[in-house]
Ligand binder design. Sequence first.
Ligand SMILES: [Zn+2]
Length: 460
Amino acid sequence: MKKRIFLLPIIILLLLSGGVYVARAEDGVTFAPTEVAIDFPNSITFDSRAVSADAGIVKAQFIYYLDRYGASDSTTRENIDIEPGKDVALYYQWDTHDSTIIPWAPIVYRWRVIDANGNRYESEPQRIEYKDTRFDWKERSGDNVTVLWHDKPDIFGDKVFAIAQKAIDRQRKLFGTNLAIPIRIIVYNNLGEFSDWHSVALDWVGGEAFPDFGVTTQIVTSKLPDSYWLNAVIPHEISHLYLYQAAYNPAAPVPVWLNEGIAQYNQFTDEGAESMVKRAARRGDLIPLTSLAAGFGQHDEARIRLSYAEGLSAVKYLVATYGEEGLARLMADYRKGLVTDDAFQDALGVSMGQFQQDWAEYVGAPAGSMITPTPWPLPTFPPTPTPMTFGDADAATPASPTQAPSPSPTSAAPASTATPPPTAAASTPIPPKDERQTPFCPGLFILLPIPLLAIFLRRT
Ligand SMILES: [Zn+2]
């Protein structure tokens, strides 16, 4: 008798604290294995049955979400039509035609049914990948990277894989951490097969980066590997994906100059940017790194090229002075949520302003020539509601395109990137064509607060 008195409150507590009590299959409803049929890029269908041992099933839902890394994805719950009874067919078709669901996107789904007594039952969550079923893909996989290509010789994929593996091994040391999720490189052969799975018509895209899926998709028209291009683009793209996993924290975005500088530092090609930076230093034309935190602008190509060169130069200086360990500490601090001033002070022992001055003098600028940014004073009175613009305002505006001179697929065809909408949402307008004339880099936006998809344009 005593035992029952003790047990009762515990049982009530469990029922209340769990919110909605969800019974599993063994409690009364059995779910048949789900058959999944993919018609990429149009739809994906899910087919199953639920059999109740008790009361009849009166309602059913299909519940699913895209399994992103480092960013939560909203869960979709769809009521589905059923014939009420003890044995019901479950069927859901997700029409992806008007969405941009990337190839091999991981989808987690489950079924939920409710019986006539109001009990809820759910199937175990399952994870599938939305494979691009249109082609006969070749694949090479290692521990941390998978390369997918089709209708090209094996030597092409082997080459991409070798470069990617080498890049990851090198970047593991630089970022000081293992990849949290593997990287996938998907190569398409032309614009048509690439743009078909986008919700907006594209006539100018050359590739994309999806850091929250660890995926980069590229268009490569040539059958054989172009070593120079692959040695630039593959490590550069992997760097952006890797950095996202090593340093992403929505509260502490990594400055664009640093992100792009690291990506170029990781390339297996020499960008030859040092002379441009030294010339600018001599002339007093260096752009302060602190004004390149949110982007490189969009109209002045010379300024953009100098911005990239400065990013690379500053990263080279950082590594030469503080070692790759210093860079790894810095990335870890961003990951922890330290903003740039705090992260530099903690990881390198210098303020951002001092680092900038030291680097400027290192490349030949006169002592003290780089203005040390003035810290924002704390208000000593209650702030008025007057809107204030801080320096990083542009960082929250993913629509503003920024640009990169590299990597470009061929020297004759400069590559560009714009900031298209986040996956599966066409909310961000695509820049007008005349703003897409100069090269962009897909990695520019990956550390902005929202997980962004970024498009790597090629002018053809
Ligand atoms: Zn980049």
